[in-house]
Write a protein that binds this ligand. Structure first.
Ligand SMILES: [Zn+2]
Length: 170
């Protein structure tokens, strides 16, 4: 295999250096070196790193919520608005699990949301999602899993509650 020449004589030293540096960065050895350097920087700038990471996540979520709520930043079901931390993305047709797998995102943990926002953003905001508040999202999720909504459950169990004893009885 012949080694392809990456530079041309008319390039400046700076341009040549940049090209060789990029090649080194992409090599196994270079990747390892930069991974170590990166880790070192993170270790000695922990606070700055954590702040920057939170801000990155927040900005990404802000972009996602803004897009999927058409700029209203509110719950598609009840209209709640006001706190981004209480808003989330919901798969309208409950195909979230398949969708997350398709996007290569985990289903749990802090970072799965961020990864999903990253993938969605990279793909130009795929359709099929909406913004819900935490309450509406929980209610939708529980109802889907159980197959019956809260009202139906109330009506079903209200005459079946037998464990409750009146105070003073044994
Ligand atoms: Zn809501």
């Amino acid at each position: 295999m012949t080694k392809q020449k990456l530079t041309t004589p008319d390039m400046t030293t700076q341009e040549k250096r940049r090209i060789y540096q990029a090649r080194y960065k992409a090599s196994e050895k270079g990747k390892e070196k930069y991974r170590d350097l990166n880790k070192q920087w993170i270790d000695s700038n922990r606070e700055r790193y954590n702040e920057a990471k939170s801000e990155y996540r927040f900005k990404l979520k802000l972009a996602a919520i803004t897009h999927y709520s058409n700029g209203s930043m509110s719950c598609a079901h009840c209209g709640y608005t006001g706190n981004l931390d209480a808003l989330c993305l919901d798969h309208i047709n409950d195909d979230g699990k398949a969708h997350r797998l398709e996007l290569g995102c985990g289903s749990r943990g802090m970072s799965s949301g961020t990864t999903m926002y990253e993938r969605l953003k990279a793909l130009g905001w795929l359709p099929g999602l909406q913004v819900l508040c935490a309450n509406c999202n929980t209610i939708k999720e529980v109802t889907r899993k159980r197959g019956r909504d809260c009202e139906e459950m109330m009506a079903t169990v209200k005459d079946k509650i037998r464990w409750r004893k009146e105070p003073g009885t044994t």
